[in-house]
Design a protein around this ligand. Structure first.
Ligand SMILES: Nc1ncnc2c1ncn2[C@@H]1O[C@H](COP(=O)(O)OP(=O)(O)OP(=O)(O)O)[C@@H](O)[C@H]1O
Ligand SMILES: [Mg+2]
Length: 260
């Protein structure tokens, strides 16, 4: 029987040197903001290449800080971050990551098509490649009718979709989605997950944060629970349910994050 992966990219991500480096390796990652807030406290986490990984935790747990650190958007206070074996601050590591941020940060002077083309250019796609990929992304995220519309004139959900389309423009090996389905309508949400699953099926590593626990339970192969900048637990949804003697991930969450 032959492998039936949909777009032929195969399952095993190619790694320089032929090794199987984890998609993400955090060692004693620490972030203290200038005002003294300790957002990450000696955080260790390894995410294997090809996995679908969920990061769950309450507001202020440190999820976005962790992601911002990985993407080199903030200066870390201590520790080490490697992306497929490369230090996170290298160009290579940065090109391997596609990030859809929690805060919608679109250039208000660019329309949908331009937003995608500029991003493609920034990541080294040729004009023709960028145009092809932009068309594909607008199609996938149902934005073709808004190709010439600037960000301020898009609806909230459309902006969120553009953010995702932009993150995927350069075909990253590690896709990081920080609360991607906030304000996305029901239908698009299903479509979005179908697409992300397909990406994952083709070998892309997915790191996701969400406050929708059912979503995490259904999608993620592994889940890390974080609180106060520390890792509380990490396992499959089934493993967590067992460890916490819980019926659902929501139940696990309540027990793990309980005020005790
Ligand atoms: N730029 C900043 N300066 C100072 N403190 C910050 C900054 N950004 C975040 N923090 C603090 O760091 C801690 C972690 O915040 P972070 O945004 O990482 O949480 P989060 O888990 O993403 O939460 P949410 O679910 O609300 O998005 C919080 O106490 C927050 O107030
Ligand atoms: Mg956040």
């Amino acid at each position: 029987m032959s492998d039936s992966s949909e777009n032929g990219r195969g399952r095993s991500p190619e790694t320089p040197g032929g090794g199987r480096d984890p998609a993400l390796a955090l060692a004693a990652l620490t972030k203290r903001y200038d005002d003294g807030v300790l957002a990450l406290d000696e955080f260790d986490l390894t995410i294997e290449a090809g996995s679908f990984f969920g990061l769950l935790g309450p507001n202020g747990a440190g999820k976005t800080t962790l992601i911002s650190a990985v993407c080199n958007l903030i200066r870390i206070t201590g520790g080490q971050i490697r992306v497929f074996g490369e230090p996170h601050s290298t160009m290579l590591a940065r090109r391997w990551i596609g990030l859809a941020e929690q805060d919608v940060n679109l250039d208000r002077f660019l329309d949908v098509r331009e937003t995608l083309l500029y991003h493609g250019g920034y990541y080294g796609l040729t004009r023709a490649e960028a145009q092809r990929r932009a068309r594909e992304m607008m199609d996938v995220f149902d934005l073709s009718a808004k190709a010439g519309t600037r960000a301020p004139k898009l609806s909230g959900g459309m902006r969120r979709r553009l953010l995702l389309a932009r993150a995927l423009m350069h075909e990253p090996r590690l896709v990081i989605l920080d609360e991607p389905t906030a304000s996305v309508d029901f239908e698009l949400r299903l479509e979005l997950w179908r697409y992300i699953r397909r990406l994952h099926g083709a070998g892309t590593t997915i790191l996701l944060t969400t406050h929708y626990l059912e979503e995490a339970e259904e999608l993620c192969e592994e889940i890390a629970l974080i609180r106060g900048g520390r890792l509380i637990a990490r396992d499959t949804a089934a493993g967590l349910r067992e460890a916490y003697e819980a019926d659902s991930l929501a139940d696990v969450y309540v027990k793990a994050m309980g005020t005790g």
